[in-house]
Design a binder for this molecule. Structure first.
Ligand code: UD1
Ligand code: UDP
Length: 358
């Protein structure tokens, strides 16, 4: 089997790491291609180092742009590489523009696509991620659903590829990396109690009113907040003239995005997490993390994390979400339950399936 593994952004590097490492371990011929959608060192290179995963064979350096620009550049670049490498399978993960581009090129070249983390749906059609994941699922020959919930969605949509339930690869990575993260974060964590915040979804940060409401509601919690700010959010705060105010606030400590080891340290040491991230909703359910996350969105494509008691979707209304957060915090501990995203063997299951099929 010859596999092309394609990544473009921070979460794809995290969630493909265990598959790349599994291919290395089994001596499978594979080509690791980075589209370069994320390019800053702290959004890309740092993750290969932290995750002990080899550097990509090629980086297309497509960078930022409109959705069409980003996708079109990736289509052209990926096509050239796939024709040259001639893989039996193209593996993509998640719902970014890099994923849609890779899936589209592969299907046109008649190379089967394996979609890792298939079948997630927010049913929020404002989200670029919802467009990308739906289209990719319907272009894929192998759909690796993390849970039965997502597998059922795929069955209901009559996708034409094979559906396999494998768990989520992020759990594989966490189980092996958490001890290292604990060691490396010792002595580098804030001394006072803090809440961890991440925000980057386009529907939250590209809209001035929503972003300013989120900051206002977060401040009303009267917590010390550590905020590793995504570059998209930093540029919007500046564009909307809100940057100086947020930077000067005593309650919000805005920092650069941090590498994976440091971020795990921050999650573990935080009181709770405020986020609109997809990956973080899964990470908090891992037994080695086990934190409460409040999702600053109106929907989630990760209902399993809500059912396990780790995640509460609190919306974006500054009058409502702080009240919901306080109410949930008063209700006590997270109930003990099994991690809904598997046992940390997703990559090995995925590679087994592909080795048998191809
Ligand atoms: C992308 C994905 C989103 C995913 C997120 C992970 C799409 C449509 N969106 O959103 O699903 O959750 O990645 O973080 O694919 N920038 C930098 N350095 C970087 C990367 C980005 O400065 O390394 C800045 C650029 O100004 C860019 C902006 O961030 O314009 C947004 O980057 P982009 O890749 O377009 O989308 P994300 O918001 O990162
Ligand atoms: N993350 C990180 N450093 C940060 C913020 C996030 O390492 O400063 C990690 C986080 O643990 C998760 C991934 O980045 O594994 C999630 O990325 P993001 O929220 O950007 O994307 P999403 O998962 O929403 O697509």
């Amino acid at each position: 089997m010859k596999a092309a593994i394609i990544v473009g952004t921070r979460p794809e590097i995290v969630k493909m790491a265990s598959i790349v490492n599994e291919c290395e371990r089994r001596g499978i011929d594979h080509f690791l291609l980075h589209t370069g959608q994320h390019f800053s060192s702290n959004m890309s290179k740092q993750f290969f180092a932290d995750l002990d995963v080899r550097l990509p064979d090629k980086n297309l350096n497509i960078g930022s742009g409109s959705h069409s620009e980003q996708t079109a550049k990736a289509l052209v670049g990926i096509e050239k590489e796939l024709i040259e490498y001639d893989p039996d399978i193209v593996l993509v993960q998640g719902d970014t523009n890099a994923v849609l581009s890779a899936a589209l090129v592969s299907v046109k070249l008649q190379i089967p696509v394996g979609h890792v983390e298939a079948g997630l749906r927010s049913y929020d059609y404002r989200m670029p991620e919802e467009h990308n994941r739906r289209l990719t699922d319907h272009a894929s020959s192998y759909l690796f659903a993390p849970t039965e919930v997502s597998a059922d969605i795929l069955r209901e949509e009559h996708v034409w590829g094979e559906i396999h339930v494998t768990g989520n690869t992020v759990i594989d990575i966490l189980e092996s990396i958490v001890p290292k993260a604990i060691r490396s974060s010792e002595g580098h964590m804030p001394e006072e109690e803090f809440v961890l915040l991440t925000l980057h979804r386009a529907e939250n940060v590209d809209d001035r009113k929503t972003l300013s409401g989120l900051i206002q509601g977060i401040s009303s919690l009267q917590e010390k907040v550590v905020f590793p700010a995504h570059p998209r959010t930093v540029s919007r705060l500046k564009q909307f003239g809100m940057w100086d105010d947020v930077q000067q606030r005593a309650d919000i400590e805005i920092i650069e995005p941090v590498g994976y080891l440091q971020f795990i340290g921050l999650m573990l040491n935080s009181k709770y997490i405020l986020t609109d991230s997809g990956g973080i909703q899964e990470e908090v359910t891992a037994p080695s993390i086990n934190k409460r996350a409040f999702v600053l969105r109106t929907t989630t494509e990760r209902p399993e994390a809500v059912h396990s008691g780790h995640v509460t979707v609190v919306g974006v209304d500054p009058k409502e979400f702080p009240k919901t957060i306080k109410r949930v915090l008063q209700s006590g501990e997270i109930p003990k339950s099994e991690c809904p995203y598997g046992r940390g063997d997703a990559a090995s299951k995925i590679v087994d399936i592909l080795e048998q099929a191809l």
